[in-house]
Every structure is written in structure tokens, then in C-alpha cells.
Design a protein around this ligand. Structure first.
Ligand code: NDP
Ligand code: 8X3
Length: 265
């Protein structure tokens, strides 16, 4: 098993949900954390709570110049990033394509695809030249399966899948590993963001069956990263047990258990 003691781990989107859980999981393994997101206060609270050496970086991954500047400005002791968790991402809206909002589309594409590219382009050359490192891209089952009204979000996650596979291929000749971790439904701030702050609608997404928790995803990330150096898990898909596809699930605790339900309604 790869030992993570004192390794330098950068997590994007560390201020909430899966990213925060990843930071906590790596910290428990003795890693040092570079915590990236826009909400500085959240990052600082997390850093204070981690009990591990950590650096907070307030950054919008959509801003390529800012990403390059932030990576270039890392203190010397933090420059050799061993693990990059490309997690920052979001969905906006759930509308038929022909009624979609271009502002939502641009935000998803700029964050989930271009943001992941900017961060990877800034960090990967160092890993390649040191001949070591691991990139974990948080994709989604939405990258495997298009669901009704998921259109652009699903397209961005299909792009994450393709980019992850592309990275792994292009890093041939180096010992850098690349893994895509693709979860089904995870209870986080994801739906609150998707529905532009509508708490009632967001809560309904998670009411029918136990969803994954951010810590479950962090556990999968940790599994990929701690395999022996000659093992590269390229893709790990994890589902809530009661979720079978994006829209087929087995609801529990309500009268019509067993009926196929659309969790997004
Ligand atoms: P959350 O909304 O809880 O967390 C999203 C994180 O991304 C936040 O820390 C947010 O930080 C950060 N983020 C968003 N935009 C930017 C930006 N422009 N620059 C920097 N950071 C940004 O959702 P999740 O934890 O669920 O989502 C994390 C990832 O997991 C996403 O890529 C999502 O697509 C994916 N995913 C989620 C699933 C789910 O069901 N929840 C299932 C499958 C995949 P801040 O706002 O402070 O910048
Ligand atoms: C998030 C999971 O099913 O809401 O990527 O698209 S889903």
C-alpha cells in the first residue's frame, strides 16, 4: 500500500461535500493538504479542524490566469504536489435542452471541464518531471448515462471521463497514475447549488433512499491512491445500493416502495 504520510495533496472544491470529506480522509492518513475553493472562510474553518498541516488557497478554477498564478505562488515546501483531487464542480438547472439557460451551461462547462483542465495543466508538468504523482478526477455516473434534463451536466461529466482517460494515456512513460472516481447520488450541497438555493426541492432529491455520503466517495478516492505503485485504477463507479441507474431506484420507507421513481422530481 502507498503510504500517504507527509505527502502533499491538493483538493479542489474542498469547502464542501466530497472535497471536504477527501481533505479529512487524507489528513487522517498523515498527508499535508492544499485546500482550494472560492469560499475562504469555509477553507479556514476546515484547515483549523483538520489537525494536519494545510494551506488554504482561495481560487476560482474557472480563471485560468488565477489558477496559474496560484500554483506558481505555492511556497517551496508545497510545490511538489503528490496527489491532485480534481473535485471542484457543480450542476446548474435541470431543464430540457431546448429550454436551458446559457448562463447555467457556461458555468458548468467553465467549472467542470475548463476548470479541471486549467488546474491539471498547471499541476501535471511537475508530476511528470518528478516521475511521480496521482490525479483523481471526480466524474459521475452522469458521465456514463444521460438522464432526462441532465443534458449539459451529463456532457461535462462525459468530458471529465474522456479527459481522465486521456491524461492516463498521455502520461505514458511516467509513473504518474490517473483515476476517475464516478459516484451516483451523494448527499452534499450539490442539489442546493443545482436548484439555485431552493432548499425544499434539493431536500426531495435525497428523501427516497439512503444516498452515498461524501465520506463514502472519499473512501473510494483513498482506495485508488493507496494501491501499490504498479496498480492504476482507471475508473471506479460507486452507487447507493438502492440506486440502479440515474432514474431507477428502490425507494424505502414510503408506501409505494418498489415503484420506479424519478429522484429529480
Ligand atoms: P458541493 O456543492 O457540496 O461541493 C462543490 C465544491 O466545488 C465546493 O467546495 C465548491 O466550493 C467547489 N467549486 C464549485 N465551483 C468552483 C469554482 N469555480 N472554483 C473553485 N471551486 C469551486 O457538491 P459535491 O461535493 O457533491 O460535488 C463535488 C464534485 O462531485 C462535483 O464535481 C460534482 O459534479 C461531483 N459529483 C457529485 C455528486 C452528487 O450527487 N453530489 C455525484 C457525482 C459527482 P466554493 O463554492 O467555495 O468555490
Ligand atoms: C451527480 C449525480 O445523478 O445527480 O453527478 O447526476 S447525478
Amino acid at each position: 500500500m502507498t503510504n500517504l504520510k507527509d505527502t502533499c495533496v491538493m483538493v479542489t472544491g474542498a469547502s464542501s461535500g466530497i472535497g471536504e470529506a477527501c481533505a479529512r480522509a487524507f489528513a487522517r492518513e498523515g498527508a499535508r493538504l492544499i485546500l482550494v475553493a472560492r469560499r475562504r472562510e469555509r477553507l479556514e474553518e476546515l484547515a483549523a479542524d483538520l489537525g494536519a498541516p494545510s494551506l488554504t488557497v482561495e481560487l476560482d478554477v474557472r480563471d485560468r490566469d488565477a489558477v496559474n498564478a496560484a500554483v506558481a505562488a505555492l511556497p517551496a515546501a508545497w510545490r511538489d504536489i503528490d496527489v491532485l483531487v480534481n473535485n471542484a464542480g457543480l450542476s446548474r438547472g435541470l431543464d430540457p435542452l431546448h429550454q436551458g439557460d446559457h448562463v447555467d451551461w457556461e458555468e458548468m462547462i467553465d467549472t467542470n471541464v475548463k476548470g479541471l483542465l486549467w488546474v491539471s495543466r498547471a499541476v501535471l508538468p511537475g508530476m511528470a518531471s518528478r516521475d511521480r504523482g496521482h490525479v483523481v478526477n471526480i466524474g459521475s455516473i452522469a458521465g456514463h448515462e444521460v438522464y432526462p434534463n441532465g443534458n449539459v451536466y451529463c456532457a461535462t461529466k462525459a468530458a471529465v471521463s474522456a479527459l481522465g482517460h486521456g491524461m492516463r494515456i498521455d502520461l505514458k512513460g511516467t509513473r504518474v497514475r490517473v483515476s476517475n472516481v464516478d459516484p451516483g447520488m451523494v448527499e452534499s450541497e450539490f442539489s442546493l447549488v443545482r436548484f439555485h438555493g431552493d432548499q425544499e426541492r434539493a431536500a426531495k432529491v435525497y428523501r427516497n433512499f439512503p444516498p452515498l455520503q461524501p465520506a463514502d466517495v472519499a473512501d473510494a478516492v483513498l482506495y485508488c491512491v493507496t494501491r501499490p505503485a504498479h496498480v492504476n485504477i482507471s475508473e471506479l463507479v460507486l452507487w447507493p445500493t438502492d440506486q440502479k441507474t440515474a432514474t431507477i431506484n428502490h425507494p424505502r420507507g414510503i408506501e409505494d416502495a418498489g415503484r420506479v421513481m424519478d429522484p429529480f422530481l
